[in-house]
Design a protein around this ligand. Structure first.
Ligand code: FE2
Ligand code: FE2
Length: 496
């Protein structure tokens, strides 16, 4: 479908040859009074067909005509934000939704702490805020691009639907950030909105801004690891931005977080179901040793050590997204009141941090040590620590499944310094257990710590589509409950 057809689908007035007014309250679910802000409407009107072109070119490959059982957010109250129904993805109603305004909200941290939250962009912070928005916004279309080929190898219609749900919601997150850019940053914002559609994941001359978003997501294990570990970085960043003194950003992020929860659910349960299938197959075959990889692979399931290597890769690449642990830029965005800490409101300190310190792990004199650093400069280190703690809940739940099955294996998060390219441990050779290594030691072990060629070939051999309603590929167990409580044989995607 061309973008013009989509645009004219709900015309409220057609005058002259070219001018088509779209009923934005119909087309774009919103709670920002879009139809009364002509300038904003015009900006989004110009951007929307380009977004649709991007979606058609770079979004899910091959299923744009299929009907997908998706939830659409049409409002921010509990009854409005999860309307389920069949929709073709290009016709998804990407909305602009902000969490409700909190009357009398004040800036919760930094040098402006206690002042009334800003409804407009403070002039002195304009450039920093714009950069924060662009960096966050850039990750949203990037993940859609990374995941675009996965539909073809979905292990079930249920999983295919979950993939597309994540994809359309990342698209909506892009809308959310573009709304802020075009509403509050004039011409600069419109240019940034355009550039967000032009950068491209993995492309050499115009890549996405952050490293992890230029990695490939070549298979479903990567997808599940990505949505568990990397979408969780999204959660942490959004939570920190939800504290922002710039109120429209805070409200935008608060609503995005409700969607992020589902992405992490898809990741956590995806890995968990993979583990379940492995453990069940091992027990049926009487295989007790999780390291008997050859025997396990013959069963058409993923051996647990491989899953650990996959996790090691995604964990370490995602930790790099937090930036340098010690950062004067992060100190400044915090002190300015633009980006807070995770759970800022519940932290029991003065929220200004002029004299506080924070322990940061680093390498000094050939040893890994912990040093007290001024807390302001350690904002990124703290967010990373909070992230690692947040990941552990899911890892523990995965381990429970293995324990219940009576198999002796435990997933662990690698040491903070393992395989890092950014920050205190960049270029250091550290094992998952936290030992400093020589280059020879690292090279000798890297195939045991990160997915090796053999692993990738094996995973590839499993990635065969399974499209019969209610059926699942050998390597993954069915979910316990259907989406929106649908029955087991529900046809989540009607493929045309
Ligand atoms: Fe997102
Ligand atoms: Fe996400």
């Amino acid at each position: 479908m061309s973008s013009v057809e989509t645009l004219t689908e709900n015309p409220v007035a057609v005058s002259g040859d070219h001018f088509v007014e779209v009923n934005y309250d119909d087309r774009i679910p919103n709670n920002v009074a879009l139809s009364s802000d002509k300038q904003l409407q015009r900006a989004l009107e110009t951007w929307r067909p380009k977004y649709l072109d991007w979606w058609n070119d770079m979004g899910p490959e091959g299923f744009q005509e299929s009907s997908v059982y998706l939830r659409t957010a049409v409002g921010v109250d509990p009854s409005g934000w999860a309307k389920f129904g069949f929709v073709k993805m290009p016709e998804y109603r990407w909305g602009v939704l902000l969490a409700p305004k909190i009357e009398g909200r004040t800036i919760p941290f930094g040098r402006h702490k206690g002042e009334t939250a800003w409804q407009e962009v403070p002039g002195e912070y304009r450039a920093t805020l714009r950069r924060l928005l662009v960096v966050q916004g850039d990750t949203e279309p990037a993940s859609v691009e990374q995941q675009r080929y996965l539909g073809a190898t979905a292990p079930s219609l249920y999983d295919m639907r979950n993939l597309f749900q994540v994809n359309v919601e990342e698209g909506r997150h892009l809308w959310a950030i573009v709304y802020l850019l075009v509403k509050y940053f004039g011409k600069d914002g419109r240019e940034e909105a355009q550039a967000l559609l032009e950068r491209c994941s993995g492309q050499e001359d115009n890549p996405r801004i952050l490293g992890a978003f230029n990695e490939r997501t070549p298979d479903w294990l990567s997808f599940f690891m990505f949505t568990f570990f990397t979408d969780r970085d999204g959660k942490m960043q959004l939570a920190a931005l939800a504290e922002s003194g710039f109120d429209p950003l805070s409200r935008t992020c608060r609503f995005m977080l409700t969607e992020e929860a589902h992405h992490m659910f898809v990741g956590e349960t995806g890995v968990q179901r993979t583990i379940e299938a492995t453990c069940a197959a091992m027990n049926r075959a009487g295989i007790k040793d999780p390291n008997d990889v050859e025997a396990v692979r013959k069963l058409g399931v993923v051996d647990l050590p491989l899953l650990q290597r996959k996790a090691n890769f995604h964990i370490s690449v995602t930790r790099d997204l937090f930036g340098s642990e010690i950062s004067s830029n992060a100190a400044e965005t915090f002190s300015s009141g633009l980006k807070g800490r995770f759970n800022e409101a519940n932290l029991k300190d003065d929220h200004v941090l002029a004299d506080a310190t924070y322990p940061v792990m680093r390498v000094a004199d050939g040893k890994i040590v912990e040093e007290q650093i001024p807390a302001l400069r350690a904002i990124n280190a703290r967010l990373l620590d909070d992230y690692i703690a947040d990941c552990q809940g899911g890892v523990d739940r995965w381990n429970k499944v293995i324990e219940k099955a009576g198999i002796a294996f435990k997933f662990v998060q690698p040491h903070k310094g393992f395989n890092r390219k950014i920050g205190e441990f960049a270029g250091c050779r550290i094992s998952p257990a936290g030992e400093l290594l020589t280059e020879d030691q690292r090279l000798a072990q890297s195939g045991a710590w990160l997915p090796n060629d053999d692993d990738m070939r094996f995973i590839d051999s499993l990635m065969n589509p399974c499209r019969e309603p209610g059926k699942y590929a050998s390597w993954i167990a069915p979910p316990r409950v259907g989406i929106n409580n649908q029955p087991g044989d529900f046809e989540y995607v009607k493929i045309y």
